[in-house]
Design a protein around this ligand. Sequence first.
Ligand SMILES: [Zn+2]
Ligand SMILES: [Zn+2]
Length: 407
Amino acid sequence: MQGISDSKAEMKRIKNKAKELSESIVEWRRHFHKYPETGRKLPKTADYIEKNLRNMGIEAESGIGESGVCGIIRGKGEQKKCLAIRADMDALALKEKNKLDYSSRHEGKMHACGHDAHMAMALGAASLLQDMREELKGDVKLVFQPAEEIVEGAKAMIEDGIMESPPAIDAIIGAHIGNLWGLESGEIGYRKGALMAAADRIEIEIRGKGGHGGMPHKTVDAICVGAELISSLQNIVSRNISPVDAVVISIGEFESGSAHNIIAEEARLTGTVRSLSEATREKLPELIENKVASVCNSAGAEYSFEYHHGCPVLNNHTEFTDYFVEIAREIAGADKVKEISSPTMAGEDMSYFLQKVPGTFFGLGTSDPDKGTDYPHHSPFFNVDEDVLWLGSALFSTAAYIWLKNN
Ligand SMILES: [Zn+2]
Ligand SMILES: [Zn+2]
């Protein structure tokens, strides 16, 4: 790979500096962990990021996509390109059960997905790159994004112009820590192409005709129609979609009925629809609505149907990922860099950024049973192995440094 083999000395230098920064990265992470905020309004989190960027001498602007923060490191060189490092900022509405001196001080909120670590790794990379700015051959945009868990933040930042506002973003990199892809602590996971699913939402209302539980022939039973619909929807997955193309339709809510002897007039169903290719995704609204229509029509029920598009499929760009893998092998050692064998059907709104520019989203394992950091994401006991967070900063900054040097 062009430029990587002749940059080994610089990579080693960045790696060593990242290791030296480990204590600060952990301190930042613990601060974020202590004061978690959820959704689009993250005033304390944004302030802390802005303050730290300014302390490093980095230009920073907040209020992008409501609470998003953008930092800019300006490098040298003509016809500069700009690489963005993206970190999500939001926590979850969950009561932390860990007993740590940096446990959540915000009752009922917790960083249980590791976004606290993402922000700390990005601040680490910011510090490393700012120190090297005289040698940087382009600009680095630090994109701190709110509202990942509700899949609104990336879209909101894009609508506020984060991609085009100068310097316009030419490539982007991001990561998720934890054990999402079975990675052990210190392992790095990559995958070219689809890594995470498009996640859409459906809402269905069925209107039948209520009546006496003992006289069903005089009614249109909304519960029966709903039940038939739930199983019919699975026929879409098994009969209309190629067996080697993954789709999930899960009904998560089914509300209906008021008493044991009354036939329900109405039912309301909501569900999630996941897919791994945009071509398949395009077909799903019509396939699902046809199924709803045919089940309701044959029973004599009326319906309303809404299909809400969520985040798109997260597609990692092949060339950029190849380039990232080379760097990761150099930084972490080839044995620590693992290909993620299959995508997951979870969604991640980093996908909006990757729809616009090339880049990659990688996994950094932080799961170590001996340290008690192997609880699943969104568990009240979730925690991360802090000893490997410097690696995230090293990977972000090396990828930025070398990509800007060669593009
Ligand atoms: Zn999460
Ligand atoms: Zn997450």
